[in-house]
Design a protein around this ligand. Sequence first.
Ligand code: CA
Length: 236
Amino acid sequence: MRAIKDQGKTNPTKTMTITLGTPANLLAFPHSQSSHFVPHLFNGYTPEARIQVRVEDAREGRCTSTGDPHITTFDNRFPNNYAHGDFVLYASTSRNFEVQSRHWHCNSVTCNCGVAVREDNDIIIIDMCQSEYGFAHPTVSYKTADGKPLSRAVTVDRDTNGKKYKVSTPSGAYVVAEARSTHMQITVHAPRVDFEHTEGLCGFWDGDPSNDLRMRDGSLSPRHTWWDKEFSEEWR
Ligand SMILES: [Ca+2]
C-alpha cells in the first residue's frame, strides 16, 4: 500500500507499518452487556494483519486571490483583476473540478466576495456578496448537479468566529476562504493530479511562470503595465 502526503512540506520518504485486525477477530468477543458482538479493543484483541505503508512527498499547488484582487498563480505570477463579476479561478482540464470567484465593487476597484467550489456533482458556495458592504457575514450553501445528497467525503470547516472556511474535496484539493469586513481572501490548494492540467486565473501549473497567463485557446495573454484585462476577461 502506498500513501501520498500532500501538505506542501518537504519530508523524506518514509515507510511505516499499520497493523489491522480481521473480521474474525472483530467478531470473536461478545459484549457482556448486549447481544451484539463488538471488538474488545483494549482487552484480548490481537491484530493479525500487518501492512507496510510507504509515504511519499507529492507536489502541491497553491494559488491566492487577495485584496483588490491580487492573484498569485500556482507558478508565482501576479496578474491583477480589477473587474466586477464571476471568474474561473482554477479549473482542472483533466477532471471535473472548478473554483470560481465572485467580485463586488470595493472602493474604486473590486474585491472577492464569494467563492464556489465544484468537484464532480458537489458544489459548495461561501458567499458574503449579499452582506452590507463593510459588515460581511458569509453564508454556506451547497447543491449537487444530480440533485442527490452531497458526497460524504466533502467537508466544510468553519472557525469559531464564522469568518474562515475550509472546503475539502475527495481529490485532496481544498479551498480556504477568509472573510474580512470588505473582502474575502481566497487560497486554493491543488493536488498533484492536476499538475500540468490547470487553467483559469491561477494559471497553467507546470513549474514555469512564463506561460501562466494562458487564454482558453492556449495562447498567451499580453502582459500589461498595471492590470491584465484581457486575461481576466477571458476567464469570466
Ligand atoms: Ca506555468
